[in-house]
Design a protein around this ligand. Structure first.
Ligand SMILES: Nc1ncnc2c1ncn2[C@@H]1O[C@H](COP(=O)(O)OP(=O)(O)OP(=O)(O)O)[C@@H](O)[C@H]1O
Ligand SMILES: [Mg+2]
Length: 234
């Protein structure tokens, strides 16, 4: 299954959520792969604590079929992205590459780029089984969501993940508005992921929410397990 973590808006937590879901998935025994569409390879850094320094990545795999995937942990693999410039001549190869990966991994997470609308994004949407949208609970993001849901890819959106939630009155109101708005649709709204300073520290150290026993991480960890359950069973 391919799950595309996507929002054209930057800084909403796409890479952080990819990191936690992918590590969680590997821990529950799913053979898991992360493919990033962001040449900054942030999720690699968040999962390892290191900058990606190699030169061969996903594009080379698509172009030549050469398997140069990185094994990060037990059950967890990563395809870094060296460039997001894919000519239309690579369209078919891109589709085939995803089809091949689907047979090799149980769960593939695509960490979306803040800007998209290129060939990579187009094929990613086509090949994705589910699109998951992390977003902030504010008026601007809600407007963005309404606009996004009118696009073609909205059919694949299965879940909204409210992120960096601190439970203010305004955020609560927006959360309720989103739940209301999506009532009677096939899109679920995940429990809000709290804004935690610990999350910043974890990513800085190349750790996930599943690498800490800190008390303040427990609720968030439960949230991620619930989201993962929704992905695997929903
Ligand atoms: N729940 C959270 N609590 C605290 N900090 C968070 C949380 N989620 C994300 N962050 C922090 O917010 C910043 C942006 O997160 P992240 O890089 O995951 O977003 P993104 O959508 O992938 O951004 P980009 O669009 O640049 O790829 C990071 O510094 C990250 O550590
Ligand atoms: Mg990112």
């Amino acid at each position: 299954m391919i799950v595309y973590i996507k929002n054209y808006k930057g800084g909403v937590g796409k890479s952080t959520i990819t990191k936690n879901l992918a590590h969680g998935s590997s821990l529950v025994g799913q053979k898991t792969l992360v493919v990033t569409f962001d040449t900054q390879n942030d999720s690699y850094r968040m999962l390892t604590g290191k900058r990606w320094g190699d030169t061969k990545g996903f594009k080379e795999f698509v172009r030549t079929g050469e398997t140069n995937v990185l094994n990060l942990k037990n059950n967890l693999w990563y395809y870094p992205l060296e460039t997001d410039i894919f000519g239309s001549n690579l369209k078919d190869k891109l589709t085939k590459a995803f089809e091949k990966l689907k047979t090799e991994y149980d769960l593939i997470f695509i960490d979306g780029a803040p800007a998209g609308d290129n060939i990579l994004d187009k094929i990613g949407i086509e090949e994705a089984d589910k699109i998951i949208v992390p977003m902030l609970m504010d008026a601007y993001s809600l407007d963005g969501l309404a606009k996004f849901l009118k696009t073609k890819e909205a059919e694949k959106v299965s879940m909204i993940i409210p992120n960096m939630y601190s439970g203010t009155k305004i955020q609560k109101a927006h959360y309720e508005a989103v739940v209301d708005y999506l009532d009677n649709t096939s899109i679920s709204v995940a429990p809000p992921i709290k804004r935690l300073s610990l999350e910043e520290e974890l990513s800085h150290d190349g750790k996930s929410i599943f690498d800490t026993e800190a008390k303040k991480s427990l609720e968030t960890r439960e949230n991620y397990l619930q989201i993962l359950g929704g992905i695997l069973n929903g």
